[in-house]
Ligand binder design. Structure first.
Ligand SMILES: Nc1ncnc2c1ncn2[C@@H]1O[C@H](COP(=O)(O)OP(=O)(O)OP(=O)(O)O)[C@@H](O)[C@H]1O
Ligand SMILES: [Mg+2]
Length: 273
């Protein structure tokens, strides 16, 4: 914590900085959309299926994946997480091959066979299933989407070699529906859109994060919470930022409560260019 953060956190007597992204998986805010996203991802993992989870920036996609993966028995699952697909045309093979402890072969056909046999070994010898999660998947190039199809196809469709979870912005779903990706699109058995929170959920979300920081008493007035919710459009990350700015404004004015004037200041600060 920097000195500035310390000051406003101390002002409210927080035991930890509220509204950070470092929320342990078992302390995440549970709302219907989040719980459903987690359930869908768990289903994909259990069935070794391909799933696509879309949602706006900061809606909670990565958090849902983190929650689903946290509950996995790591002796039975190997999780390969690609934070973004910037690794180029061979990136997907390299990610899986390296995660399974091998050196990726150079030629594409060999690389696919290598991944297929590594996945088979992982299951047959180590009794582990591979979960391949690709974040920021809207950035996947057409070549990479084709790679993914080939990987999903590796065992002539007789068995699913891995569970694949694609997380990305809403454009991902639209792209996959384009005809050239039809073969991959048909293999996707789960699709889920993470949407923002409604006002009641945002109010509960704010309370949840404040409670995690040690304050269970009401700290944000109703009209202030409504203003922060509108600014954030119900999206958790934007709401984190708005709530933090509002708490700082309250601390600067030596107020014990975030009133609507603080929320207004916060929104003005965040929308200033
Ligand atoms: N269920 C939740 N409980 C607690 N905090 C949450 C929850 N969902 C989202 N958040 C908060 O919102 C932030 C953004 O969520 P997340 O990183 O999952 O968004 P995203 O949809 O992956 O965004 P991006 O498209 O930018 O990758 C998290 O860092 C976390 O602070
Ligand atoms: Mg994310």
């Amino acid at each position: 914590m920097s000195a500035g953060v310390d000051l406003w956190a101390a002002h409210f007597g927080f035991s930890a900085t509220p509204f950070t992204k470092a929320v342990p998986a078992d302390k995440l805010f549970s709302r219907r959309v989040h719980d459903e996203a987690v359930a869908r991802i768990r289903y994909c993992i259990a069935e070794s299926a391909l799933g696509v989870v879309t949602g706006d920036v900061g809606s909670g996609k990565t958090v849902a994946l983190r929650a689903a993966v946290a509950s996995l028995d790591r002796t039975r699952y190997t999780v390969v997480y690609l934070a973004n697909p910037s690794g180029g045309p061979r990136g997907l093979y390299v990610a899986i091959t390296s995660a399974l402890g091998a050196t990726p072969r150079f030629h594409k056909a060999e690389a696919i066979n290598q991944v297929a046999s590594l996945l088979a070994q992982e299951e047959a010898e180590r009794h582990r299933k591979v979960v391949f999660a690709i974040d920021e998947a809207h950035l996947l190039s057409p070549e990479q989407l084709e790679e993914l199809r080939l990987l999903a196809n590796a065992e002539m469709d007789s068995a699913s070699p891995f569970a694949g979870i694609l997380l990305g912005q809403p454009t991902l779903a639209l792209r996959l529906r384009q005809g050239i990706f039809a073969a991959l699109d048909q293999r996707i058995s789960v699709r889920f859109a993470v949407t923002g929170m409604d006002l009641a959920e945002s109010v509960d979300y704010l309370r949840h994060h404040l409670a995690l920081a040690g304050r269970t008493d009401p700290l944000i007035a109703d009209d202030a919470a409504a203003r922060l919710h509108r600014y954030a459009n119900g999206l958790p990350r934007a709401l984190n930022n708005a709530a933090t700015a509002a708490l700082m404004a309250a601390a600067a004015d030596n107020k014990g409560l975030v009133d609507d004037a603080c929320a207004k200041k916060a929104v003005a600060e965040l929308t200033r260019t």
